[in-house]
Design a protein around this ligand. Structure first.
Ligand code: GDP
Ligand code: MG
Length: 454
């Protein structure tokens, strides 16, 4: 049986521009009428059912002609471009859509630019939330109002200032090759980027933001979102973690099919595919039902896409964040899944004795993103792996340095440098470039190369 699943939505943007505040506000959305149903907490994600959006939106729904048949929206709880690069699936992004949050008073910042580059690379459609409009001088705040209602309360000056700031933003997007416009002035959503002015803090404009996303998904992604719901599940690992009473578990976003408690799953490990049998499928308990923090989960028998779920199973210690999870129901499928997963891992985790840089990242997805950038700049890679920067990495760079000093470096994205690695790097003069903005890390490395050559 085919059904349309919830689109998976990711939130990106510069630090402090309001990503977390916006997600919190969406999570806390309450709709007065009981029958509208509530927001459901998943593992690593939050689901907003379509009834809630319809109730919030009221007449705004007329933005979209035609009915919205989606069951709702699934927001990934971890915002930021680092998280986004980890969310890889089917060679692209796990996220079907994204919200780029930009502080309207600050405009483009380094992580805004990084987010745009990443969204472009993954071809992920997105909308822009121009946040913190309440900070505009003289702005009159009414909590939770749609933007189009709230704007009517503002005096001429505040409206003018908003327009000026929007124009600046639109100009910036133009520089980056996007035609953008305020959402209610967009003629063609396929060609123009929609900007919704919001205040995450006060909930202004969030109704429009939600309606817009739902409408875009319905109109342009319906085919992609149609899944064979009874089929075996596919997902991506968000996180690998210890859980009291369950051992090592994986938090997974399921984007296809149904995962059943008695399924076998195949997941990616560092140098192998792990085949294991599910012990338990865990969902977070509603907050008000948690009496003992040790029992934070409810066990379920099955879960259908799209959903976030915690899987407890043996042998997950070496599972890799960002790698695929494939459920299988026959021997033959096991072999196929193993092959597919191994191919994916081998395309990302590199281990050669070439003269080249050492690359580390926090997940297989972010490692792939960083390696691709380096390759595009013709910077050779000797080793690319998931994990913090270790002494071994520095030693490896040291051996490269003997052959080609400019490649004797370690480059890391969203990882820590172990203490002993730091010490030996200092002693042996091996530069380490780390950070959480890919293009900045590469710029730093290139600046260093330039300085060394002079
Ligand atoms: P993140 O780093 O993008 O997740 O940003 P946060 O959500 O943590 O927000 C950073 C700061 O901006 C916090 O102090 C928030 O309270 C504040 N903030 C976020 N949204 C708004 C808004 O709409 N209006 C105002 N005035 N402040 C906001
Ligand atoms: Mg945050």
């Amino acid at each position: 049986m085919k059904k349309i699943r919830q689109p998976i939505i990711a939130v990106l943007g510069h630090v402090d521009h309001g990503k977390t505040t916006m997600l919190d506000r969406i999570r806390n959305t309450r709709v007065a009428e009981k029958e509208a149903g509530g927001i459901t907490q998943h593992i690593g994600a939050t689901e907003v059912p379509i009834e809630v959006i319809k109730k919030l939106a009221g007449p705004l729904l007329s933005l979209w002609k035609g009915e919205i048949k989606l069951p709702g929206l699934l927001f990934i709880d971890t915002p930021g471009h680092e998280a986004f690069t980890s969310l890889r699936a089917r060679g692209g992004s796990l996220a079907d859509l994204a919200i780029l949050v930009v502080d309207i008073n600050e405009g483009f910042q380094p992580q805004t630019i990084e987010s745009i580059e990443i969204l472009r690379k993954y071809r992920t459609p997105f909308v822009v939330a121009a946040n913190k409009i309440d900070r505009i001088k003289g702005w009159k705040v009414v909590e939770n109002e749609p933007f189009l209602v709230n704007i009517k309360r503002q005096d001429q000056r505040a409206v003018q200032e908003l327009e000026t700031k929007l124009w600046e933003l639109i100009g910036k997007f133009y520089e980056f090759g996007f035609q953008a416009n305020r959402f209610d002035r967009v003629q063609d959503f396929r060609r123009e980027l929609a900007i919704v002015p919001i205040s995450a803090k006060y909930g202004i404009g969030l109704p429009e933001l939600l309606v817009l996303i739902a409408g875009l998904a319905q109109k342009y992604l319906e085919e992609k979102l149609k899944i064979e719901v009874e089929g075996p599940a596919r997902g991506t690992i968000l996180e690998v973690r210890e859980e009291v009473g369950f051992g090592t578990t994986i938090d997974v976003i399921i984007y296809d099919g149904t995962l059943r408690k008695d399924d076998i799953i195949v997941v990616g490990g560092r140098d192998k595919a792990i085949v294991t049998k599910i012990r338990a499928l865990l969902k977070p308990k509603p907050l008000d039902e948690i009496r003992d923090p040790r029992y934070r989960f409810d066990q379920v028998d099955e879960v259908s896409a799209a959903a976030g779920i915690k899987i407890a199973a043996p042998n997950l210690e070496e599972a890799l964040a960002g790698s695929p999870v494939i459920a299988v129901r026959s021997e033959e499928e096991i072999e196929k899944a193993k092959k597919e997963i191994l191919e994916q891992i081998k395309s990302v985790i590199i281990s050669t004795d070439k003269v080249g840089v050492i690359v580390k990242a926090d997940t297989i997805g972010s490692l792939e993103a960083l390696s691709k950038e380096l390759q595009e700049k013709n910077i050779p890679i000797r080793k690319a792996d998931v994990g913090n920067i270790s002494k071994t990495d520095v030693m490896e760079a040291l051996s490269v340095k003997e052959e080609e000093p400019l490649y004797g470096v370690v480059i890391g994205f969203n990882v820590k440098v172990n203490e002993d690695a730091e010490e030996i790097a200092k002693a042996k003069n091996i530069p380490i470039f780390v950070g959480n903005v890919i293009y900045k890390i590469i710029e730093d490395y290139e600046a260093w190369v330039k300085a060394e050559k002079e």
